[in-house]
Design a protein around this ligand. Structure first.
Ligand code: NAG
Ligand code: NAG
Ligand code: NAG
Ligand code: NAG
Ligand code: NAG
Ligand code: NAG
Ligand code: NAG
Ligand code: NAG
Ligand code: NAG
Ligand code: NAG
Ligand code: NAG
Ligand code: NAG
Ligand code: CU
Length: 571
């Protein structure tokens, strides 16, 4: 240990013994009123559902170790739940939020107090609604600062700014998905992408709705990037500036520098932006547009904001200044995405060790992709060949029950709610990424996997080419996982494990499974409860690309899920 580090450690110990409150944790209280409010975007005024009339919603700010209490009060006619995306929820599964998984929805006029403690995480996460498509307007940042006596493992930024990507529909997103589920066709794509709720100058009537980041020369800014987008992965770049990525999904990483990054729905990442050492007399666009590999239509528009240098004299921004634009990869740049994804490595120093499971207790192989379900009799459907679109894991299109699975599990009432026979491997293997089978029909049901406490799991997520190979950002609740391997084509259980990274793999909660490829993840099932795993493309989740794990209690009291809070909503 260096003398400086030793001094820092001693100082930390001194501070925490002499001034306990200085290093101790606190409780953070928030009230989220779910309300309707009117917003004008793209030449239209419409009513949206928001938290406290703010869009994007309010920031949750806490330090590692803090307890967070959020009272969510539902004043709208829709059922609502809120998910604290990426929060580990150690033994607090009742506060995780996905509707009909860990709780029944908060109905009109009801409230629910989400109660959780932030353990072993620091960086950026976000919260969002977790029922139907309400998260299109119900989202906001979660900022986890290091403990009071700790600092960042990189230079302290001059300023920190949340930058949230979203997707905007002129129509009501609830109507969009309800209609699509009715007809079986693909839902209408969004009308705009947004940065902090603002579409920017490339859309009609939107110049005044443009995100502006005003900076001083010669400083380091930390952008807390969050993708709250619904159905699209986004490339992001800032003209004439590079970004150093230092954190992903609230885990520090080995820093690397890039001009362009990709962020999938559900991912968060902190980047350092060094401003020019001088006043450049220019304005720089920051822009995002999609990476898309699927078939069919998608929102191919571009959101932009401005990076503006404050003139030293304090003069206002000169409108005639030259504007530089970033160049973004073509929409189908799978090569870029694969290279970029591989650059993420855990920081893995003595303080933040990547605890990747070295020995695997249970192996799973899940195919993920699209499919079809039959059109109801006497109806016409707009999905593939007159069927309805579906999506599945191991050919099971997951059907949410009408009561919360966690309650059913905890009170041993699972009969008629779910079964515990989710297939570990595909029941009928095929060439997953070759010519797709003619039969695209998937089965449906509510099937779960049961894991004993502290099981180490290795899971291969294999994309399929059924109805088109497409990348899928898979999100696991309740755990971070390590991405130990990835590749294109079919996973080869004999060859591919030899190349697994068991030293410094990236640890995160959402990973893009490559279009026509696979990823291998490992996690330790150390958190008792029922944990959702799903594609973070909302359309694929709606079609059934989701499942859940039950992690049983361990023998010790500290390894058991406590009972639900008495005020938990009922179905
Ligand atoms: C919102 O807009 C609707 C019309 O689109 C209008 O009827 C309503 O009064 C507005 N509400 C508020 C709070 O401004
Ligand atoms: C929050 O949860 C903790 C741990 O279960 C519990 O001790 C505490 O009483 C809860 N707080 C509130 C306000 O419900
Ligand atoms: C921005 O980048 C462009 C293209 O690389 C270059 O021509 C221009 O001089 C740069 N402008 C500034 C202010 O750095
Ligand atoms: C998407 O838009 C870009 C221009 O912004 C255009 O070059 C490209 O051809 C479009 N791609 C598709 C698939 O429409
Ligand atoms: C800044 O650039 C603009 C347009 O490129 C030019 O008109 C103006 O004179 C420049 N100002 C300074 C202080 O260089
Ligand atoms: C990806 O990386 C490989 C090897 O470094 C390189 O040859 C290739 O050009 C890169 N592809 C893209 C699209 O950046
Ligand atoms: C679910 O599967 C049943 C047969 O097991 C089928 O009749 C039904 O249409 C399927 N529903 C959906 C939505 O795919
Ligand atoms: C479908 O239509 C036929 C003829 O109109 C009718 O006899 C039958 O009951 C209908 N089936 C369903 C499931 O509605
Ligand atoms: C639709 O049907 C045609 C002809 O039967 C077949 O070639 C094609 O693969 C089918 N497409 C899908 C998406 O099932
Ligand atoms: C799977 O299909 C791909 C593409 O058609 C082909 O290259 C590969 O050899 C096939 N693999 C097997 C095991 O049949
Ligand atoms: C799929 O259908 C085509 C034509 O309908 C047929 O030639 C082919 O053998 C079928 N493939 C499989 C795997 O059944
Ligand atoms: C709201 O949730 C309750 C409980 O699950 C359910 O009975 C009710 O139908 C839902 N209401 C709406 C409008 O979806
Ligand atoms: Cu999520």
């Amino acid at each position: 240990m260096s003398p400086a580090a030793m001094a820092g450690l001693l100082f930390g110990i001194l501070v925490s013994t002499i001034l306990p409150e200085f290093a101790s944790c606190m409780t953070r209280h928030y009230t989220f009123n779910i309300v309707q409010h009117n917003v004008t975007r793209l030449c239209n005024t419409k009513t949206i559902i928001s938290v406290n009339g703010m869009f994007p919603g309010p920031k949750i700010v806490a330090r590692e170790g803090d307890q967070v209490l959020v009272n969510v009060v539902n004043h709208v006619t829709n059922n609502v739940t809120i998910h604290w995306h990426g929060i580990r929820q150690l033994r607090s599964g009742w506060a995780d939020g996905p509707a009909y998984v860990t709780q029944c929805p908060i109905q009109t006029g009801q409230s629910y107090l989400y109660n959780f403690t932030i353990t072993g995480q620091r960086g950026t996460l976000f919260w969002h609604a977790h029922i139907s498509w309400l998260r299109s307007t119900l989202y906001g940042p979660i900022i986890i600062l290091p403990r009071r006596n700790e600092s960042y493992p990189f230079r302290k930024p001059y300023k920190e700014v949340p930058v949230i990507f979203g997707e905007w529909w002129n129509a009501d997103p609830e109507a969009v998905i309800n209609q699509a589920l009715q007809t079986g066709g693909g839902p209408n794509v969004s009308d705009a992408y947004t940065i902090n709720g603002l579409p920017g100058p490339f859309y009609n009537c939107s110049s005044k709705h443009t995100f502006k980041l005003r900076v001083k020369p010669g400083k380091t800014y930390m952008l807390r990037l969050i993708s709250a987008a619904m159905n699209d992965e986004l490339f992001f770049s800032i003209a004439n500036h590079t970004m150093t990525i230092v954190e992903a999904d609230a885990v520090y990483i080995k820093p690397f520098t890039t001009n362009v990054l990709l962020i999938t729905p559900g991912q968060t990442t902190n980047v350092l932006l060094e401003t020019k050492p001088y006043y450049p007399n220019a304005t720089f666009l920051m822009a995002a547009r999609p990476y898309f590999t699927g078939q069919g239509t998608f929102d191919n528009s571009t959101v932009a904001g401005f990076l503006e240098y404050e003139h030293p004299s304090g003069q206002s921004f000169n409108k005639r200044m030259k504007i530089f634009k970033p160049s973004l990869p073509p929409v189908t740049s799978t090569g870029f995405v694969a290279n970029f994804t591989k650059k993420f490595r855990s920081l893995n120093n003595p303080k933040y060790t990547a605890r990747v499971p070295q020995i695997v207790d249970k192996r799973f192989f899940f195919t993920i992709g699209l499919g079809s379900s039959p059109c109801p009799q006497n109806s016409t459907c707009q999905g593939p060949n007159g069927t309805k679109f579906a999506a599945a894991i191991n050919n099971v299109s997951f059907a949410l029950p009408t009561t919360a699975m966690l309650q059913a599990y905890f009170f041993k009432n699972s009969n008629g709610v779910y079964k515990t026979d989710f297939p570990t491997y595909p029941r009928s293997p095929f060439n997953y990424t070759g010519t797709p089978p003619n039969n695209t029909k998937v089965s449906n049901g509510t099937h779960l996997v049961v894991l004993r406490f502290n099981t180490t799991v290795e899971l291969i997520l294999q994309d399929t080419s059924i109805l088109g190979a497409e990348s899928h950002p898979l999100h696991l609740h309740g755990f971070n996982f390590f991405v130990v391997g990835e590749g294109f084509g079919n996973y080869d259980p004999n060859k591919d494990p030899r190349n697994f990274n068991l030293v410094d793999p990236i640890e995160r909660n959402t990973i893009g499974v490559p279009a026509g490829g696979w990823v291998a993840i490992r996690f330790l099932a150390d958190n008792p409860g029922v944990w959702f795993m799903h594609c973070h493309f909302e359309v694929h989740t709606s079609w059934g690309l989701k499942m859940a794990w039950i992690v049983l209690d361990g023998p010790l009291t500290s390894q058991k899920l406590p009972p639900p809070p008495p005020e938990i909503p009922k179905c």
